[in-house]
Ligand binder design. Sequence first.
Ligand code: GUN
Length: 286
Amino acid sequence: MQDQARIIDGKAAAAALRAEIGLEIAAIKSAGGSVPGLHVVLVGDDPASRVYVASKERLAAEIGMNSVAHRLPAETSEAELLAKIEALNADDSVDGILVQLPLPKHINSGAIIDAIDPAKDVDGLHPINAGRLAGGKEGLVPCTPLGCMLLLRQVLPTLAGLEAVVIGRSELVGRPVAQLLLQADCTVTIAHSRTRDLASVVRRADIVVAAVGRPHFVRADWIKPGATVIDVGINRLPDGKLTGDVDFAQALNVAGAITPVPGGVGPMTIACLLRNTLTAFRARRG
Ligand code: GUN
């Protein structure tokens, strides 16, 4: 049997990225400038969203950003939320705006995302930023896909020519990560729920990105020996434990490198949000 796969440590990579951004903010501060401002908006009290928003708020503050969380009641109307977004758009001290998803059902998420100033859209979800990404132009890129790419580059210095299979076609992960892999000159396949013979599609891949949202969906015998596996899934099992989309224990015996859950892609998402906020700050304020 081959050696066990290298486990890609997303927690360490995220801490290193945050430290790097923290140093840049300290330099901005010591030069007498105002620091980047990240504003996260949470509507309602979904327990998972509350935890995510608290982490974003804390980690942004920890590296010296002006970190503000706006917690609005579940009954907030779409018009009220739009007014909040307009106020943040108009406030020059706000560099990044993130509206935590999912929103309550009575609010049209698309209308809210469309209202965010694309220059402050640190989630990279505004159609202008999605279009820029699809066109291979500079813009703000969704945080989880960006995190996947940074982790991939830790183990694969050259991505050009590699076969990449992305499983999942969501706006938040599947589509944008496929665009980034294409920009890196991979040969990209996007597989989804209607893909025929998924196992044999995945077996071609030098890089597998699993973003399905189903525990242990990707089986070890689908993975090409030596492939790099990025597991974006965060699934809660009945016993309360978190697990990814990949059968990690078995995949360890086949893959060349693999991200764990937790401790893989997850921590990179917030670190990339902070990076996007710094990027937006630099683009807006020079
Ligand atoms: N909910 C789960 N993931 C995300 C994300 O990346 N951005 C936002 N805004 N909401 C989320």
